[in-house]
Design a protein around this ligand. Sequence first.
Ligand code: SAH
Length: 479
Amino acid sequence: MNTNKGYVAFVGAGPGDIGLFTKKGIECLQKAEVVLYDRLANPRLLRFTSKDCTFIYCGKLPNNHIMRQEKINETLIAEALKGKYIVRLKGGDPSVFGRVGEEAEALAKYDIPFEIVPGVTSSIAASAYAGIPVTHRDYSTSFTIRTGHACKKNEASVHHEPKQSEAIGDTLAYYMGVKGLPGICENLIAQGKASDTKVAVIEWATLGKQRVVEGTLTTIVEKVKEAKLGNPALTIIGDVVQLRSSIAWFEKKSFYQKKLLIAKSTSEESMLERYFTKNGAEAYSFPTLNSIPHSYSDEELQLIVNADRLIFASVEGVGYVLSQLFDAGYDLRDLPRQIEHLSEKTRKELEKRGVRSIKSSYDKKSAIFIGEEKGIEKQAFSDNLLAFPSHFIQIDERFHEVNERLLTEDQWETVIFPNKRSVDLFLQEWPTFSEKNPTELLFATIGESVKDYAFMRGFSQIDEQVQQELDKQDWKSEC
Ligand code: SAH
């Protein structure tokens, strides 16, 4: 194997819910130097990559220009020949209507090594999340997946011949079929499927914005039109669809279909996004941030070890300071006796590293105060504190395309502010992506002082449901 030829991992991104992404997929993304991703791959997965990884979007851009297949193949080959490790991230499973065959063949011609990492294909996932078992001992012993588009080599494949309903199969899943739905239904009836066969169309399956419309082969077209379902959507046809009435589960989640933005202030805090997503919401942390460590001079490091006490105002600061001290020849024994933390999360980080800390009492005695550059400007509570920024926060520009798409495709209702800094960053970044006045969004906060601050910055209406949920838990210790 020529190791200079780079490597391509075709990775199935799964249907949407990032909890369904594979462990192997995560490992590939962590190694990636370049990621080529499609519209249907959940872009939140890109956060698994390292800071230096390059993103190339292969989906439809706002000007409706699509990256052509030949161009994708060319890009894969060109990047691989530079010796890069590339992830080609595809929605669902790469081998199911995912053109992995064409792309892998192109690489094989150049002897570029590759692997194919499967993902959960959207028909299986959509059925599961809509409460439809694709097979069932009483209703269905076969499951067929088809595309609503014709196959290149066999234009007639969508309308193919079998005249007896048994030959058509019990449960059918149609990919890419919203436009072709009338034709699909007509043909199935013509081929002998009962016209009252149940049909479900599932849009954006497994995500908080999932919508399901149910009908029969005769009624579904009208119903889908009425509900204005669009792409991506999957059509499931068969008697198993009726089981939905008793086993639909995802739609029962308390925040199902709620569209929530989580304003971020550190590159880390995505747990609110995770929490609300698990509870059925479509949640998105914005903006995406990088933290850039500050490099301390020898004099600064000496001041740190000689300080009366150290106050850590952020989790990230702990790692940055301790590793730089270590690299400069110090270790834990050189730290000042008194170490303080502001948040529980920071306390845990210190504990992990074997450092016991106490909650800062905000007294005025001299100390070195360590945290994010802009954050500590606001937090420093006494003139006796020497502020030592450990890092600064930078907007991750690689997410520009993703933000542009996500912030305009969806009708966001509410924004959560974990702290004051997140309000500032949100207001600063929002106008780049949306013309809508951000203060028209409902909002919820962690803590009263953040609420007052959001009011001051122009937000006016609290989302009571989200606020109540936030008030149930002690998020302060996490943020
Ligand atoms: N490789 C993908 C399919 C790509 S073809 C997979 O295995 O799922 C694109 C089609 O997949 C879409 O038109 C739609 O029919 C379906 N699809 C993909 N993700 C979907 C989702 N989250 N919800 C509904 N349909 C989805």
